[in-house]
Design a protein around this ligand. Structure first.
Ligand code: GLN
Length: 230
């Protein structure tokens, strides 16, 4: 589709409960991903329509043709590459183990034995939990969004959760959630913007070019600093 000014409008799926990447303030979507895709669109002469959804719904919506582009602080993974073509990475993330601030018992994932662990559906953190659950032995409780997953540990129903390091550290810095990160990141995931595999290759190339231009002209860093500089 195109708008009145004749520019092509691409639908972009985002997870709006995921600060600092995408969230809602006064009914408006803001965050690193939102500013980045808007700046890329401006640089490359297209327009975007942001579609908020649960993270787990983004790739299915792309596959169903309801979206042209996926964002959502989405990590580039080999598994997802079977159905999604990703741009060059635009942010270094990585999954962390998170527990309550007053928990000194959990020092690594091995200590999760026999405990309840909260994860967010469809995420790398959930996949990570799945990959170790049989060896270690714990109970997985699934949530649709990050705030609900955080709450499960905050209220003591679960002892731990898995969340991307930049997201949990931003959340902890913004407000006293009573949570802490344990140890080093468990992987070195990077975020990428996606299109359906083999489709929309022209827009993929434009996004990569836009990303490159924004890195060169300082706009990319400006966006990162707007949300992450202290
Ligand atoms: N980066 C993680 C993933 O891709 C989590 C993304 C999210 O929760 N929005 O699975």
């Amino acid at each position: 589709t195109s708008n009145e000014s004749g520019k092509t409008v691409y639908k972009v799926g985002i997870d709006t409960t995921y600060p600092p990447f995408e969230y809602e303030v006064d009914g408006k979507y803001v965050g690193i991903d939102v500013d980045l895709i808007n700046a890329i669109a401006e640089d490359q002469g297209f327009e975007v329509q942001l579609e908020a959804m649960d993270f787990k719904g983004i790739i299915p919506a792309l596959q169903a043709g309801q979206l042209d582009i996926s964002m959502g602080g989405m990590s580039i993974t080999e598994d997802r590459k079977k159905v999604v073509d990703f741009t060059d990475p635009y942010f270094d993330a990585g999954v962390s183990l998170v527990v309550s601030k007053d928990n000194s018992e959990i020092k690594s994932v091995e200590d999760l034995k026999g405990k309840k662990v909260a994860v967010k559906k469809g995420t790398v953190g959930a996949n990570y939990a799945d990959s170790i659950v049989n060896d270690i032995g714990f109970e997985i409780i699934q949530f649709d969004d990050s705030p609900s997953m955080f709450l499960e540990v905050q209220n003591g129903n679960a002892v731990a959760l898995f969340e991307d390091y930049p997201v949990i550290s931003y959340a902890i810095a913004q407000q006293d959630l009573g949570l802490q990160v344990v140890g080093d990141r468990l992987n070195d995931d990077q975020y990428g913007i996606g299109v359906l595999k083999g489709k929309n290759q022209e827009v993929l190339a434009k996004i990569n070019q836009g990303l490159k231009n924004l890195k060169e002209n300082g706009k990319y860093q400006e966006i990162i600093d707007k949300y992450l500089a202290d």
